[in-house]
Every structure is written in structure tokens, then in C-alpha cells.
Ligand binder design. Structure first.
Ligand SMILES: NC(=O)c1ccc[n+]([C@@H]2O[C@H](COP(=O)([O-])OP(=O)(O)OC[C@H]3O[C@@H](n4cnc5c(N)ncnc54)[C@H](OP(=O)(O)O)[C@@H]3O)[C@@H](O)[C@H]2O)c1
Length: 396
């Protein structure tokens, strides 16, 4: 990913007596994480526009996906967190603006979806072509940005890892979220699948039509599942980790598959909590292969970003993306968009996930105007700065 700052090719300044004025770099707005912590660590900044290097596609971004993992990145609680400052974001959609040398398969103006190992939350991004996919003609940019992380994860876990078949049952958590709503749509591709789901109670009215058995996230869902299906379920998709891992594994039927793909339980307050981090990992029971052998159970893990950026599986991902595009064209899947936000409002947008208020995907759109601040907020900030400066000068 090119984050290099390059001078722009255009120069609107008139020459001076000292000779031609050096070209003014073109700028792009992007969302920068300045350090790990609360929402204040997120800043909208102007940077010199990136250019496409060899093998890269330069994309003019129209919409970006905001994922739960972005909240974890902000807090610095993912494995191998990035060095800050860093332009955040893993997924976006937009139009091809330029191609680097030896970049094939795309032309200027193509509507595309791109995966980034950071850097997607920007007006312009340069992405290696193996992580760029041409969008179906009828797909909106918001749908394009909402699709990759959520639907690829849901599809691969259900069909390629989970091998979901007719008449089986699935347990999934946070079924009102980005991945969750993708799961609810994709299980319908197989006949007679019973979907057990957990979600915050206030979402139930909106999502209950898509889930066979929906439980409030705070109830003992193990017990509730057993009431309906005493033998348990065939597939557990676990994005919570901690004690929920143990519950998930024990809920498996013989030949059942448990897939861990997240650790949302680690997130508690605005910043990293060593306590919840340690608690979540400590709570997971050690599972012996001998126990699995005795019980006929499968335990798996899924991590899309590693598959793409560390394990070189971009060809496989491209194939799955093609299947998702076909399902989209057949109207079998449609991303649920919770809301779209200006770059400047990213803190508030992220807070919506943190407060468990989103139903579906939260989108960032660089063309949107920021929300007006509540009246008086600027004055209060200005007077705080003046007082702070006065105090600082007095101390000096
Ligand atoms: N491994 C992978 O490749 C991969 C890819 C994509 C996503 N994921 C994981 O999948 C999960 C869902 O991701 P997403 O992007 O689709 O987000 P999301 O589900 O839209 O995230 C927001 C929702 O998470 C739920 N949640 C669970 N624990 C929470 C906590 N401690 N604090 C706040 N909210 C919590 C809340 O819903 P309820 O209150 O209704 O539960 C909230 O509305 C995350 O764990 C994410 O890391 C993994």
C-alpha cells in the first residue's frame, strides 16, 4: 500500500522572479489514528495524495466500511497493532482514477471494491491489484463498502469451513451486526437451517424475522438453545471468545464445528483494559485433541485479514468474492446499512458500534458534510483554550 507523499503534477501558481514555483502537492482527506485509546485519537487530516506504484490501482474512494475490529485497532487490542500515526480502514469502494505500471485487469473509471492492510479511510488510496475487485453494475458504493469483510467472513465460515448442509443448525452471536446480518441472509441459501442467534434486546424487533430462535445477549443462551434442541447445534460461529468459547464448544452436536473469529468480549471501556483482555483469554478452556477425538467435534479459527495479507490467499478470496457478486445480482444478499457518516464524525460512528446500537453496517463517506456541532460547543472549546493558555502562561 503506498502511503508515500508525492508532489502533485499540477501547478496553478504563477512563476516568480526566483524561477518557477514548485508544484503544490494535491491533497486528500483521511482518517488518522494518532495513538491508541479513545475516540479522540482519531483525527481527520489532509495529507499529500498518494500515487499508484507498480501493480497498484489508485482508487477515488466513495464509501468505506467501519468494522468492530477498527474499534479494537483504535484501542490497540488486536494482535500486531499498527504503528501510529496510521491511516485507518480495511475496506472501501470507489472509482479507479489511475493505474500503476504493469497493472492489468482494470481501466480508469471502473467501479471497484478494495481491501487494504490499513489506509482505506481516505479520499484516495493505492491498492495492490490482487486486492481489488470490479463491482457489479447495479451495486451501490455503500453496498460495495459494506460487503467484503462481513460477507466474505460469513460465507467462508458457513460454507467452506462449516460445510453447512440442509436441515442443520447454526448458533451465531451479534446477529444484528455487520457479519451477523450477513449470516442471517447466507444461511437462507440452504434449506431448513435453524439459526440460533444472540443480540442486544433493543434490536430484536428489527431483526427477529430473519432468525429462527433469537435470544437476548444477556440471557443464558446455552440453556435456551438446549430447551429447543437438547442435542445442541451443528455449527457455532463465535465472535465473542472468553467464556462464550467454552459454551459454544459444549453446545456442539457430534460432528459439530466451532469456529472462533473474534474476541468482542475484550472491548469494555473506551480504552484498552488489561483486565478484560486477560480475563477473556484466561477463561477459554484448554481443549485437548483427545477430548475432541472422543467427542467427534471440530474446532477452527478464521481470520480474514491474515488469510489475505499474511497467507497469500488472494486468489481464493477473489473466487469467493465472485460468488458473492453472483448472489448479489440474484438478489439473494443485500448488505444492511445502519448509517453513513462523514469522515469528521468517525468517532461518533465508531461509538455507535461500541454502544451496541448499530443494526447492520456503519459506513464512512468522504463526500458527506460533518454533522453540525451542538450550538455553543465551539464557544465553550474556544473559551477553554483561552483559559488553558492563560493558566499555562501564568505557570511559566
Ligand atoms: N476473523 C475475521 O476475519 C473477522 C472479520 C469480520 C469481523 N470479525 C469479528 O466479528 C465480530 C463482528 O464484527 P462486525 O464488524 O460485524 O461488527 P458488529 O457486529 O456490527 O459490531 C457491533 C456489535 O457487536 C456487538 N458486541 C459484542 N460484544 C461487544 C462489546 N464488548 N462491546 C460492544 N459491542 C459488542 C454488539 O451487538 P450485540 O449487543 O447485539 O451483540 C454491537 O452492536 C467482531 O468480533 C469482529 O472482530 C472477524
Amino acid at each position: 500500500m503506498s502511503t508515500e507523499e508525492k508532489p502533485a503534477e499540477t501547478n496553478t501558481e504563477a512563476p516568480t522572479e526566483d524561477g518557477p514555483v514548485p508544484p503544490k502537492p494535491r491533497e486528500m482527506k483521511c482518517i488518522v489514528l494518532t495513538g491508541f485509546g479513545g475516540p479522540k485519537m482519531l483525527r481527520t487530516q489532509q495529507k499529500n495524495q498518494v500515487t499508484a506504484k507498480e501493480g497498484e490501482v489508485l482508487v477515488r474512494v466513495k464509501a468505506c466500511g467501519l468494522n468492530f475490529v477498527d474499534l479494537m485497532v483504535r484501542q490497540g487490542i488486536i494482535d500486531h497493532p499498527p504503528k501510529t500515526p496510521v491511516v485507518m480502514g480495511y475496506e472501501c469502494s470507489g472509482e479507479v482514477e489511475a493505474l500503476g505500471e504493469n497493472t492489468s485487469g482494470f481501466k480508469v473509471g471502473d467501479r471497484v471494491i478494495g481491501f487494504c492492510d490499513y489506509g482505506a479511510w481516505s479520499e484516495v488510496v493505492a491498492i495492490p491489484s490482487q486486492y481489488v475487485y470490479k463491482m457489479p453494475d447495479n451495486m451501490s458504493f455503500q453496498d460495495g463498502a459494506a460487503l467484503p469483510m462481513s460477507y466474505l467472513s460469513a460465507y467462508i465460515m458457513l460454507f467452506d469451513m462449516g460445510n453447512l448442509r440442509k436441515g442443520q443448525s447454526v448458533l451465531a452471536h451479534s446477529v444484528g451486526g455487520g457479519v451477523g446480518t450477513a449470516v442471517t441472509q447466507l444461511v437462507k441459501l440452504v434449506d431448513d437451517v435453524a439459526l440460533f442467534g444472540t443480540a442486544s434486546y433493543h434490536k430484536h424487533e428489527s431483526i427477529k424475522g430473519n432468525i429462527t430462535h433469537l435470544f437476548d445477549r444477556v440471557v443464558d443462551y446455552s440453556q435456551e438453545v438446549r430447551k429447543v434442541s437438547p442435542e445442541g447445534v451443528d455449527i457455532v460461529l463465535d465472535c465473542l471468545c472468553g467464556d462464550d468459547s467454552n459454551k459454544g464448544i459444549s453446545l456442539l452436536k457430534p460432528m459439530g464445528k466451532y469456529i472462533l473469529y473474534g474476541s468482542s468480549n475484550i472491548v469494555t471501556g473506551d480504552t484498552k483494559s488489561f483486565f478484560s483482555f486477560a480475563k477473556s483469554w484466561w477463561q477459554v478452556d484448554k481443549v485437548s485433541p483427545i477430548k475432541l477425538y472422543d467427542e467427534n467435534k471440530v474446532i477452527a479459527g478464521f481470520q480474514l485479514r491474515h488469510l489475505l495479507f499474511k497467507q497469500g490467499q488472494h486468489q481464493y478470496i477473489k473466487e469467493v468474492m465472485g460468488k458473492l457478486f453472483q448472489l448479489y445480482n440474484e438478489h439473494k444478499i443485500r448488505p444492511v446499512i445502519d448509517s453513513a457518516w462523514a469522515f469528521e464524525d468517525v468517532g461518533e460512528a465508531m461509538q455507535k458500534l461500541h454502544d451496541r446500537k448499530n443494526i447492520g453496517k456503519v459506513i464512512l463517506d468522504p463526500s458527506l458534510e460533518p454533522k453540525p456541532k451542538p450550538a455553543g460547543q465551539d464557544k465553550v472549546t474556544a473559551s477553554f483554550i483561552i483559559h488553558y493558555r492563560m493558566l499555562f502562561n501564568e505557570i511559566k
